[in-house]
Each structure stands twice: as structure tokens, then as C-alpha cells.
Design a protein around this ligand. Sequence first.
Ligand code: RAM
Length: 890
Amino acid sequence: MTPYGLTTEQLTEPLGLGGMGLGGMGLGGMGLGEFRPRLSWKLRSDRRGAAPSAYRITAARHEGDLDDEARLIWDSGRRESGDTLLVPWDGPVLQSATCYHWRVEVWDETGAAAGTAQSWFETGLLHRDDWTAGWIGRDPVSLPLVDPPTDEERSFPSPAAAPLYLRHDFEVAERPVRARLYATARGVYEPSLNGARVGDRELAPGWTEYHRRLQYQTYDVTGRVHAGVNEIGAIVADGWWSGHVGFDPSRPARHYGTATGYLAQLVLDFADGSRQVVATDGDWTEGAGPILAADLLMGQFADARRSPSFRPVAVLDREPGPLVAEPDHPIRVTAEVPAVAVDRRGPHRFVVDFGQNVVGRVRLRIRGAEPGRRIVLRHAEVLSGGELYLDNLRRAAATDTYVTAGGEEEFEPQFTFHGFRYAEVSGYPGELSAADVSARVLHNDTPFTGRFTCSDPMVEQLQANIVWGQRGNFVAVPTDCPQRDERLGWLADAQVFAPTATRNADVSAFLARWMRDVVDGQDADGAFRDVAPVLVLDREGAPAWGDAGVIIPWLLWRAYGDRRTLEHSFAAMVAWIEHVRRHNPDLLWRHRTGNSYGDWLQVDAETPRDVLSTAYFAYSTRIVADAAEVLGRGAELDEYRALHDKIRSAFIDAYVRDDGTVEGGTQTAYLLALDFGLLPPDLVEAAAGHLAADVEKRGNRLTTGFVGVALLCPVLAEHGRADLAYALLHQDDFPSWGYSIRHGATTIWERWDGWTEHGGFQSAAMNSFNHYSLGSVGDWLFGRVAGIDQAPGSVAYRELMLRPTPGGQLTWARAEQETARGFVCCGWDLDGDQLTVVVAVPPGSTAVLEIPTTDPGSVRLDDAPVPAEPSARGATVRLTSGRFTFTAAY
Ligand code: RAM
């Protein structure tokens, strides 16, 4: 058995780590006590039954010192514990800007030493006093630097708001042995050193509730600073700070501020122990450069003929403000998708098809253009009549313009992003070849650690569409969509999709960071909002929307063992329940339901809003009680268990009849009542029957919207109707996942009827082709089709419940997940009446495997008979860790 995959605060070898306190202001989590990052490791073994029994963590300032007991700065000693997850740093108080190496040593269940692994993390600037930099920017009263705007530029802000080009020369006597750049912006920025870009982050510092928390980034620039004169610089564009965000047309009001700014500090350490700090101050210069306008929604305008001219900056602010170290995976370009077709549409005009709806931007190579040629790129998710369909982008112009300088050129905008499968390139000189154009994909670079495969290409396409939807919408915050003038952190979308997201990728740090925005957005009455960060929709969140504030911290605990986010969110979770209770003393949630969206975008059904709201009130209350239990808060546990029981009784009295029908009679009404455990036990079967009957009477078709759809297949399968769940999965008549795929979808559509044969496009006012919400079925593909799930009460896949479910037209299916504890796999394969089941359980975990066999006596492991308990679904086998291949009669 060996440890591997070491992380600090759920990140691999993070540079520039600081504390995170929920809602906490201040640097590095100041005010929340000392910063104690949490250390984790995974385990693997070739031996069945391997499990950890003890661990020891040692830490040192230098890697080599880990071997020298006398030089350790922390030695946990041998701890008799199987813990592997999020063990808090217990060494000396951490210093700013310091690298710490740590090693974990593990013992197995026999007490034998089982190997070691090591890793490191480096702290950021943890204290206010570490910052000497001031905010710099453009003097608001200075004259515009550039010519009056042309027609193309008019859709952008005034030239005075052109991106800031910043520059400063500094001298050093010798090469530093270590150099770090700490930087952030009011806007989005790209730092540079001696003429070359620093780092590979995109759209830094990301988007947070800026007035509460602004993230700074740390870059290792050792080797980039030389003796003599060096030049440090940056470009800063509007981004979320002062650009167009969401559907609020009042951009001139600016959401966070009227002007962009930059704050940076370069810390140079020399061999003799001396230190030099180069910080943003009044000595820097600023100017306008080739990028004359850049906006997340509108696009970018660059004139390559221009070179920046510089003048003194204005010092905007000497206080750094509520800085926090970047706590999660930054946005990066993670893939480059080649053009699959380039179609010439006229002189200098081409339509490019990338074959995949992506989020990012186009990279274009241009050869031999005359200086001053204007090349314009427009983007669309779909075509209409062979041309770009732009209406559904609403106000998002998504247009990039490049004015050539001549010669060999490459253009890729850097301060914008678009959602597109197609791009129109006009003004291009000569023939555009597919080799000269590609789509660069960007998103928060969460490690994609899950894989689902099966025998049906259509279902595999569904999984691919789900993953592309996740990539495209985990950009800075979990967004509803990436293309139109919206791109907001909608709470319901995030909570219905989050379980699926945790299957596909390690989104632990990403969602935990966003939860702080959700909590910060809570109003004084305890209401979470519909979106976070809060920019629009300034009222209480709707049922199932606001509830994300309760559901996601609980999910992060269940999926990743992140107790701290649960702890830090707990008061806010309680306040949300109290907000609903206060305004609904009869416990039916009918008041203060915000914009009450109901089962948003349901088809041919209308789930009563109060049924949905009250079900969610009960569900969230139960989670709060469960969370209280985990956190050892007895008073709240009793309080919210009792409240849950009362809400459930009120639900039954108001909405459930003796024949098991639920008010409204819709699929979603039954799904909520069944999945949230709201029905009297003796009516469960009848209610499940009504649900199945509704699906059947519609010819195996669904009616569910955002809220119900996540529960549809799981609940049917749970109640003995896996056949119907599969019928829905394979359905390709309207409405279904398969319908969109049959019509070319490469991402999940916002609406079942985004485009139909009978109606064409849905209203352009709201019709995204890249919305992940209806992709929440992905959790079921992993959990039940392939069969990886965890027992109730299990945390981070410690007690696995493996339930492979052959069915539908599938002959095999398999899921793999690199969980926080290690590798988990479950797959099945049907060959005539012989079933093969392959599973992997990581050290320290156990599993209950249900083998769906017709004959429990036929179960064999490694070709030898193995005792299996007969069970309702066939046979049950209890497993410790290891890899196993079973066969059984089917
Ligand atoms: C739409 C968003 C989002 C949804 C809300 C109710 O505008 O795209 O997906 O949650 O409405």
C-alpha cells in the first residue's frame, strides 16, 4: 500500500496559499485565527484488504531536511488513525511567502510500514503588513489617449476606458535566487516580465464578491529576473469589475467600480539573504496599447499596428483591500479544438465549424495581410440557414476585431470568452485553411477525474455533452450558460448539477470557494439569493434556488469530506431555514418565495409551486439537522429534526391523498415526495406507481424541468422501475436527451425544446445550447447505471454501495472515479446469460456489492465460488479494498 496524490487544501503543490474564512475579510483569512491548511493523501495497493491504520506527518523548510529528524519543524508523531483526508496542519504558525515540504508515512492494517510520499505548499502574503503595493490605474481626469472611436469601437465603452497597459523599469544588482510575483486587479489582468507573459492563468483574478474578497495570484518568476534593468508590466481590462456582466443593461453604472486598477508586488530574494520588493506605486506608467477595448460579453478590439505610449499612473488607493489568496484551480486554456470544416461564403468571408460547442475563443493565424486590414470574428452555437444564429446571444456581441500589422501574425483575444461551435471570419486575406484556425477551450482547471463509458454511443454522447457543459460553465463561478448576456452564478443550476460535477471532476476547491459568495450574498433576513455573486435580482432566492446554500456544503462534506465548508456555512444554512419558517408559520412555503420559478422549463406539466417549495423546505431542514449531527451541535439537531417532522406532516396533510396521489400529479411532484422521504411509508409504493404510470402514459416521456429532472431516473430505479429509467435514457423522441443528440447537440441544451422539428428555435429571448442543468442525470449514470455510490452516512466514498444495473439496450457499462480516497471503479458486462462485474475499492474503504444475478449460488470470484447473500436484486457480497472480478448467471 502506498500513499499518492498528496494535496494541501485540495490542491496539488499550491503556490501562494492563504487562509479562507467564510465571509471573512482580510488577508489570508486574518481575523479567523491562524491559517492551518489541510493535508490529504490517497492510497493504492495491489493487495486485497489493504487499509491504513496509522500515519505520521513530518514537515521541514527544505526538501532535504525531511530526512533529518533534527531539522524537522513539525512531527505529528505516529497517530493511530486511518485518516487520510484534510488533516489540519498542526505544526508551527505559518510564515508568509514560505515554502513548506511535508511527508506522510503510512502503516497498513497489519501495522507494517506501508510507504511514504511527499509534497509541498507555499504560503502567500498572509498579513496586511506584507503588502506595500498601492492600487494604480489611469488618472480619471487625464485626456483620452487614443483617437475618437470608430464605428466598430462604438459598441464599447469610451476610449478612456481602453485596457490599461502598465509598465515599470527596475534595476537589480544581481540575479535573485527566488522571485515571486503577487498580483491582482480590479478587472482582469495579464502580468508580464521583460516583455513576456507571466504564468498561464486566464481572466485572473476570477470573479468573487469583490467588495468582500478579491483574490490575488502568486507566480514563480525565479529565472525571469536578471542583473541590470528589468521591465515589469501588465495589461488590465474591464472583466467582471467594470465590464458588461449579466443581463443588467446598466453597465455604465459599473457593478463594482468605474475604473480598473492593478496591485502587484514582486518579491526578490538574493543569495546573501537580502530582499528587494518592487511594488505598484506612483513610479509606474500607463498607456493604451493594441487592445483598444475588451469586454467579457462584447468581445475584444485590437489594432496590432499600435504600440503603447506611456505616461504616469495615478495611485488610486493605498489600501490593498479585502485580499485573499486564490484558493482553487485557476482558469486556464485546457484544450485546443481544431476546425473540422471551413466553408467559404464570399470574398474574405468564412464559416468555421469546430465540431463541438465550446467555451473560449478562436486563435487565428494570418499571413501576408497588408497593414490595417480588419478581420472580424463572430461566434455562434448553432447555424440557421447555414449562417450564424446570433439572436440567442441577446446583447452579447461576442465579436472580436483584429486590425493587422502585416507579416506573419497570430490573433487570440485574451480578455473575453465566447460560447460557440461556429465562428464567422470575415476580412480574412486569401483562403482560410483549417490548419490556421482553432478553438481554445478555457475553464477553471479542475482535474477531470471521472469517466463513464458504455455500449451505447448515444449514451456516451450524452456523457460527453454533460462534461462539455461542465467545462463550459465552470468559468470563474458555476454559471447557467456561457454565451448570452447572462453567465451568472445561478444557484439552482449549480445545486442540481453539483452531484454530477463531483463525478466528473474534483470540484471540491472550486465549489467551496464559490460557497463563500453564496454565503456573502445572504441578506439580513437570512435569505440566500438566486445568484452569487449578487449583481442582479436583488431579492430573496426562490425555492430550490436559495436552497443551494444548504445543499452544496452538505454535498462537499459527503463527496469530499470537507467539514470546514460545512462548519463555515452552518450559521447561514440555519438562517435560511429560519427565514423560510418566519414567513411561513404554517410550514407550507407559500410566502417569500422570491421569483418562484417552480420546476423551471418543465414541459407539458405544471408542478404546483407550493408543493415544490414545501418539499424543498423539508429537504433543506433535514440537511441542516444532518449537518448539526455531523458537527456535534445537539441543540440544532433536535430543533431541526423536529421541524423537519412538522414540515413533513404539513406536506402530507396539504398535498398527499390516501391513494398515494400527490397534489399536481406531475412527475416532479412525485419525485420530490419520494426522493425527499416525505410520504407515509404505506403510500410510497402507490406514489411510485403513479409516477411510473405518468411516464408510461406519455409513451416513456418526461415532463420534468430543472428541479425534477435530477431525480427522475434515480427515483424510478430506486422503486423497481429501472426499465422505465432506461426507456427515458434511450428515448430520442421529443422531449428527451436523445432528441437533442439526434439533432446534433454536443452540449446539454437549456430547454428540451431549444429546437424542435415542429417549432424550430425556441424564443431567442432565452435559448441557450450550453446549460448544464438538464445534464444532472450524469450522477445516475455513474451511480446506478455503472453502479458507484456510497452508503447513507458514508463520507468521501468510505463505505461504497456498488449497484451495477444492467438494463435497457446496454450490454456493458463502466464508471471510474478518482475519489478523495483513491481509485474506485464499477463496471459490468453481459455476455448472453453470463454477467461479469469488475470493481475496485481503495484501501481504507469497504463496499457492499449487489450483483444482479438470477442465482446467488452462481457467483464466482476469480473463478472460484464465493459466498454471496441472496438479496432482493440477486446477491450481496461484502468487500474490503482491492480489485475484484465476479461472474454470475444473469
Ligand atoms: C435563467 C437562467 C437560469 C435559471 C433562471 C431561473 O435566466 O439561465 O438557468 O436558473 O433563469
